[in-house]
Design a protein around this ligand. Structure first.
Ligand code: F6P
Length: 348
């Protein structure tokens, strides 16, 4: 068996752990020849590959990023010609199957190529934790740890100066990072894309806290917006399958709050620091399990499926149930109730 492995979309910590686990598992279980495809689907369409063997994937477990490179621009589904080019290159490379490690966009492309006959197994990665059918994607735990530390850091400076400190997280249209990090980092308010916030509720919170203990920490997801307001778009990447890049809502919120308060307000947009660093032990274990399970699916001939974590165990789901979907925080999620019960303002 000859299997191609690629990483698509934005990177996240743990990609190398999957590449390592899938390669080692396939070499042991199936004596497979494993081919690393460079820069995601761009490398597939251009036939840019390198061999992956035991030595090539040794010593990479701890490192962030991806040794294969990635791209969130190349889209083999953009036109009939590009789809044919991708499928033809898979044929030239002699691939019996492809392991596509990526997020929503990658799974949508994987589904499209699988429907046209390329056997694929997907592995869910993203710091956003927003992939349908999977309760935890690797990369998320590491991002939550990074944001939690940032929230801890702004607590002390916020306290010293008696300020309102706003910290903006990534997460696109899902609030998982802000919700978990906000709770772990003791935020006084957590603002999510799933719950449009009322600026008056935040002004009231900050005013109450101006008396004592003098400072307030707000954790806001990049996809959050005020009631009746718009998303804050940072830029458009026209040739990307998902061209919208969110960012900057923290500054928008600052301008809403500052004129209404005695305190100064400072905003920090964490940005890509959330995507870097060494994966946490949790993410290393999860990514290793995912890579191993992907190899098991290939060995069993179960294609066109994505590996999942369901109730803490490995599982899989048909790619067609994942493609073109986003998993947001459900409004009845127990963590929302916990946050409300301990007095965290959700902007309601
Ligand atoms: O999907 C991961 C993610 O980091 C989002 O949280 C963020 O909105 C987006 O990617 C940023 O994309 P780029 O790396 O293209 O700026």
């Amino acid at each position: 068996m000859r299997v191609g492995v690629l990483t698509g979309g934005g990177d996240c910590p743990g990609l190398n752990a999957v590449i390592r686990a899938v390669t080692k598992s396939l070499m042991r279980c199936c004596q497979a020849e494993v081919i690393g495809i460079e820069d995601g689907f761009a490398g597939l369409m251009e036939g840019r590959v390198r061999p992956l063997d035991w030595d090539a994937v040794s010593g990479i477990l701890f490192s962030g990023g991806t040794i294969l490179g990635t791209s969130n621009r190349a889209n083999p589904l953009a036109s009939k010609e590009s789809t044919e080019q991708a499928l033809a290159q898979a044929g030239v490379l002699g691939l019996d199957a492809l392991v596509a490690i990526g997020g929503n966009g990658t799974m949508t492309i994987a589904h499209g190529l699988a429907e046209r006959g390329l056997p694929i197994v997907g592995v869910p990665k993203t710091i956003d934790n927003d992939i349908e059918g999977c309760e935890r994607s690797f990369g998320f735990d590491t991002a939550v740890a990074t944001v939690t530390q940032a929230l801890e850091h702004v607590q002390t400076t916020g306290q010293s100066h008696g300020r309102v400190m706003i910290v903006e997280t990534m997460g696109r249209y899902a609030g998982w990072i802000a919700l978990e990090a906000g709770i772990a980092g003791a935020a006084d308010a957590i603002l999510l894309p799933e719950i449009d916030f009322d600026p008056e509720a935040l002004i009231e919170l900050c005013r109450q806290r101006e008396a004592k203990p003098r400072y307030t920490v707000i954790c806001i997801a990049e996809g959050a917006k005020p009631r009746g307001g718009e998303l804050t778009v940072e830029r458009m990447i026209q040739d990307s399958p998902d061209p919208i890049r969110l960012g900057g809502v923290a500054h928008h919120l600052r301008t809403m709050l500052e004129p209404q308060l005695h305190s100064e307000v400072r905003a920090t947009v964490l940005g890509h620091v959330q995507r870097g660093g060494s994966p946490t032990p949790f993410d290393r274990v999860l990514a290793t399990q995912f890579g191993n399970h992907a190899a098991q699916l290939l060995e069993a001939g179960q294609f066109n499926r994505m590996v999942t974590l369901e109730h803490g165990a490995m599982g899989s789901i048909a790619l067609e149930e994942v493609a073109d979907r986003t998993r947001q925080v459900p409004l009845d999620h127990p963590l929302l109730e916990t946050a409300r019960d301990i007095g965290v303002c959700l902007g309601e």
